[in-house]
Design a protein around this ligand. Structure first.
Ligand SMILES: Cc1cc2nc3c(=O)[nH]c(=O)nc-3n(C[C@H](O)[C@H](O)[C@H](O)COP(=O)(O)OP(=O)(O)OC[C@H]3O[C@@H](n4cnc5c(N)ncnc54)[C@H](O)[C@@H]3O)c2cc1C
Length: 396
């Protein structure tokens, strides 16, 4: 950073997918002509949620806002090259439209149908499948105990998350955004406004607006300005396995009634689940919970897909979900008592796909003081203070 540059219009605390999406959209906006600084201590992003994600995207949410948020991401993905190119080059996003498949037992059918009707109203392309249709479409799967499913179309699938991050970051830098390798250790305020941040290097940088995009450490940033944010780091383990008798067709991201998910990943398969013993994790605890595979995941896989009876783990890793303990949905927007401090936190397993809409939404709030495209005010900090959960039935 230029030594003279000790003041920026916007500072993002954290430059992984959310901080970089905000920086990207601010720098692309013709209505915003301010300066942007992204403070990020780890340029390898090794321990971030962003580099440990599954990078899937779906339309199959139950709340219209979440559906619209993902639909905007698909629009962004479709135009990814144009949106992120620098000197005619952009990273290879490699989107694969393989769909999501939500399986339901009889007790889950009402919710499945309820979600489907909302998705249909929002223009999503998912379709309901009877057990017979399910068995015909996915003959490798046992339909025992199932009553139906919801299968998404080409607007759902997976992509290269590192490419998405690099696309945002490189174009933002090209547009004039400054990235600095440093860490925010304190925040100074005056009345109802944030005035500056103090960096680990000792430098103070003043700002017009401050975005909390610190991922699983977001509650620590909130504490720096005296605010409580009920977002906790929770470990999620991912396992890639090889199947001795591979399945010769599309394997969409399938969510079983037990909450185990799996999909094809190149020539292997990716799987994970919500741990039975889910608890707040230490910020640096990235130990893979191998016992989850043995006890929770593999029995479900083998029962649902007979070919998954003979598999071997190829690799595994752990990452953090930032879980909003109120309702498992993001918190976006200004703090009511601190008008220029913005939350962009608590994404659980959805932050990669939600990053384009979040970056654009923050840009609108900072530029116009209101949302101009997707109204995300129901996802604001006010609901946290009032203890009023945002209702979303499809959280994985
Ligand atoms: C196993 C797993 C699977 C997932 N699968 C999906 C999926 O399929 N689809 C999907 O959409 N999402 C998925 N997610 C969720 C997604 O990865 C996250 O929601 C998203 O990456 C959150 O991004 P972030 O920028 O908020 O946080 P992070 O990526 O964690 O980045 C936070 C950044 O803030 C920086 N930081 C922290 N403290 C400070 C400070 N004091 N000063 C400056 N910088 C700081 C950190 O260094 C870090 O770079 C998954 C997550 C996991 C763990």
């Amino acid at each position: 950073m230029d030594d003279a540059a000790d003041s920026f219009d916007v500072i993002c605390i954290g430059g992984a997918i959310i901080g970089s999406a905000a920086a990207y959209f601010l720098s692309e906006s013709s209505d915003f002509d301010g300066s942007v600084l992204v403070v990020e201590p780890d340029w390898t992003y090794d321990k971030t949620s962003t580099t440990r994600a599954g990078n899937s995207i779906r339309e199959q949410f139950s709340n219209p806002v979440n559906i619209k948020v993902s639909q905007f991401a698909m629009e962004f993905i479709e135009n990814f090259h144009e949106n992120t190119q620098v000197e005619d080059e952009s990273p290879e996003l490699n989107f694969r439209g393989t769909g999501y498949l939500f399986l339901a037992t009889e007790s889950g059918m009402d919710v499945l149908v309820e979600k489907h009707l909302i998705q249909e109203q929002e223009g999503a392309t998912a379709q309901l499948l009877s057990v017979e249709e399910l068995a015909k479409t996915f003959p490798y799967m046992s339909v025992e105990g199932l009553s139906g499913a919801s299968y998404g179309g080409l607007n759902e699938g997976s992509f290269d998350g590192w490419a998405l991050l690099q696309g945002f970051r490189k174009r933002a830098i090209h547009n004039g955004v400054t990235y600095i390798k440093d860490r925010v250790v304190a925040i100074e305020t005056s009345g109802t406004r944030v005035t500056s941040v103090q960096l680990e290097s000792g430098k103070h940088v003043s700002c017009g607006h401050l975005i909390n995009s610190a991922g699983p450490r977001c509650d620590l940033i909130a504490k720096m300005v005296g605010l409580e944010l009920p977002v906790e780091p929770r470990v999620r383990s991912s396992f890639v396995f090889a199947c001795h008798e591979p399945i010769e067709q599309n394997v969409p991201l399938t969510i079983t009634p037990e909450g185990v998910h799996f999909r094809r990943e190149q020539q292997h398969y990716l799987t994970g689940t919500t741990p039975q013993a889910d608890a707040r994790a230490d910020y640096d605890d990235l130990r893979v919970r191998s016992e989850e595979f043995e006890e929770q995941i593999w029995p479900v896989l083998a029962a649902r897909v007979p070919q998954f009876d003979r598999i071997s783990i190829v690799t595994s890793w752990a990452g953090h979900y930032s879980v909003n303990m109120l309702d498992h949905n993001m918190v976006i927007g200004p703090a009511s008592t601190l008008e220029n401090f913005y939350f962009a936190n608590g994404f659980s397993g959805h932050g990669m796909q939600q990053s384009p809409a979040v970056g654009r939404g923050l840009t609108e709030l900072i530029t116009f003081g209101e949302y101009r495209t997707i109204d995300m005010s129901s996802l604001g900090y006010e609901r946290v203070l009032k203890n009023e959960p945002f209702l979303e039935l499809a959280v994985i």
